[in-house]
Design a protein around this ligand. Structure first.
Ligand SMILES: C[S@@+](CC[C@H](N)C(=O)[O-])C[C@H]1O[C@@H](n2cnc3c(N)ncnc32)[C@H](O)[C@@H]1O
Length: 240
């Protein structure tokens, strides 16, 4: 049978896709790697069908590998016999725990069939919240907030912003304007959208940064119009 990696979206059960919901409802067991994903999954799956897998909060690679091997050894036999789902917040292919599981299964249990059900990533949740459009002709770079940050892209979305004031300093020094989003479309905790990093000084893992060079912004390739006077006839703008 099959192991489905199901993206749950940013944390609001209403943003689980129809396909994701169908897989959750049909699965014999639904594994959840964290409390928040579990809360979203239980909107569609009774507690009795939820299986937990534990991952230590450590950067020790040896310890993490051991935890992934144990999780894969627990999940693989179930996925051979029935339908199993492994849920992640956002999309399973964007900085996700599902990637670790997929690699561990490929190494130790290569006969397990895998399928991915995409979810609404925090990237889309954030650009929607800010009203930022990734337009034809523009490009966006995704990155984690730890370590050295890229300074070339016109637009950046940073994940795992755990020290907003320090991230802010790096980005402003590199010439960016920056906005932050915390717990977007999440049923738990307070949603914050701000350009002031001091409002986010208290650490919260579910924080993103969007950075843009002030002169960034490709002209839209089509459907660009200007209005001479508010409410009067728009005129076409040639962009290319
Ligand atoms: C391990 S990554 C998972 C990303 C996820 N797979 C996705 O596609 O959105 C966790 C990071 O995603 C971001 N994140 C996920 N959900 C979020 C939300 N609802 N609001 C703000 N940030 C979120 C945070 O930066 C967090 O540190």
């Amino acid at each position: 049978m099959t192991l489905y990696g199901v993206g749950l979206g940013p944390g609001d059960a209403g943003l689980v896709t129809v396909r994701g919901r169908e897989v959750l409802e049909a699965a014999d067991v639904v594994y959840s790697p964290g409390r928040l994903s579990r809360t979203v999954a239980t909107e569609y799956v009774p507690e009795s069908r939820i299986g937990d897998v534990d991952f230590p909060m450590t950067r020790d690679e040896e310890e993490l590998r051991r935890a992934w091997k144990e999780a894969a050894a627990e999940i693989a036999p179930q996925a051979r016999e029935g339908t199993v789902a492994f849920v992640t917040l956002g999309d399973p292919n964007v900085y996700s725990t599902f990637g670790h599981l997929r690699r561990t299964l490929a190494a130790f249990h290569p006969d397990v069939e895998l399928e991915t059900v995409p979810g609404v990533s925090a990237v889309s949740a954030f650009t929607t919240t800010l009203g930022v459009e990734i337009r034809a002709g523009s490009s966006l770079t995704l990155h984690e907030a730890n370590g050295d940050l890229p300074t070339e892209p016109d637009q950046l979305v940073l994940f795992k912003v755990t020290d907003a004031p320090a991230t802010h300093e790096q980005l402003v020094d590199a010439g960016y304007e920056v906005w932050y989003g915390r717990r977007l479309y999440m049923e738990q905790g307070e949603t914050v959208v701000t350009d002031d990093p001091d409002e986010l000084a208290e650490r919260d893992y579910y924080t993103l940064a969007y950075a843009e060079k002030p002169d960034a912004g490709a002209e839209p390739a089509t459907a660009a119009f200007e209005t001479d006077v508010a409410g009067q006839t728009p005129t076409e703008v040639s962009s290319r």
